[in-house]
Design a protein around this ligand. Structure first.
Ligand code: BJW
Length: 254
């Protein structure tokens, strides 16, 4: 048996024995669907911008049209893709846990909706969803479909209730995460027996604190990533090196 097979078997046994499983995903899980990871997202037209400048309130206020167009570009890209084998494996794991009356929580930092499109039912979206919109000043939810054709063509459009700019309903740097969602994620991390950490560089807080929190509370933490991360050394018990579209089906469909 190779080292990789032996590690996979250990991970399978841990998952089998667990009564409460939590999963944290990041941009890497969507890479095999053709979506660049967050820090790879500045390709082509956007190569001259720092993502950190685009994904902030200050960046939006400085150049609303530019930020609006960046999200439009990324939304169109996501629209044209499909969930991959990694997303599907996690949806299968959720179903298996439900059948065995195990507790399962899927926490994602991704805004691309691909977990839900893969069939995952309950998804804690820590950083929002690129297919939802709200206004900048009052957080009024906005449906672009309900705007007039002329209003919809503005980049960005204005909120029909307060006239402030419409923005994607995602969490930018310096903004608070949705309170209930974050609280639920903390509870899942504190109470799980096994946490799977998939495709995240583990640098953006507070999401990056969840694996360490799980480990400190006695969970066995398994990381799936082609590259070691900030988490590998300190927060991870078992590192499965490779793309999640390969590793997760091997781990879960057994
Ligand atoms: C594969 C693969 C394959 C490749 N298979 N894997 C405490 C300490 C220090 C700083 C802070 C702190 N608390 C708050 C902060 C500030 C800040 C922060 O963390 N900054 C850091 C950069 C240091 N955090 C915040 O501002 C957060 N707000 C907050 O905490 O509010 C309270 C507060 C406010 C102010 C001050 C203090 C407290 C909000 C964070 C919001 C993050 N938003 C973004 C943008 C969302 C919208 C959008 O997409 O445009 O979320 S940033 C970006 O990073 C995005 C991602 O969800 C997030 C995480 O990235 P992720 O998923 O890890 O992606 P990558 O690209 O980094 O990594 C991809 C990985 O995949 C790599 O490891 C690859 O190897 C791997 N991979 N192929 C599996 N096939």
């Amino acid at each position: 048996m190779t080292k990789t097979q032996a590690e996979l078997e250990i991970a399978q046994q841990k998952l089998k024995a667990a009564k409460r499983i939590a999963v944290l995903t990041g941009a890497g899980i969507s890479k095999e669907s053709g979506i660049p990871t967050f820090r790879d997202a500045q390709t082509g037209l956007w190569a001259n911008y720092k993502a950190e400048d685009l994904a902030t309130r200050e960046g939006f206020l400085a150049n609303p049209q530019n930020v609006w167009d960046w999200y439009d570009f990324r939304r169109n890209r996501v629209w044209d893709t499909e969930p991959n084998a990694g997303h599907l494996a996690l949806a299968t794991l959720e179903q298996a846990c439900a059948a065995q009356r195990k507790h399962f929580t899927l926490i994602t930092q991704n805004i691309d909706n691909l977990h839900k499109r893969a069939g995952s039912v309950t998804v804690l979206e820590l950083h929002g969803n690129i297919f939802r919109y709200k206004c900048l000043d009052k957080n009024h939810p906005v449906s672009l479909d309900l705007l007039s054709d002329q209003a919809r063509e503005e980049r960005p459009p204005s909120c029909p209730l307060c006239n402030s700019m419409v923005r994607p309903d995602v969490v930018w740097f310096g903004e608070m995460l949705p309170e209930f969602t974050l609280q639920s994620a903390f509870e899942a991390a504190q109470n799980c027996d096994v946490m799977l950490v998939v495709g995240t560089s583990g640098v953006v807080q507070p999401a990056a604190s969840l694996p360490g929190m799980a480990k400190r509370n006695g969970a066995f933490v398994i990381e799936v990533n082609p590259e070691p991360t900030e988490l590998t050394m300190f927060a991870v018990d078992l590192y499965l090196q490779g793309p999640s579209g390969m590793i997760l089906p091997a781990l879960i469909d057994s």
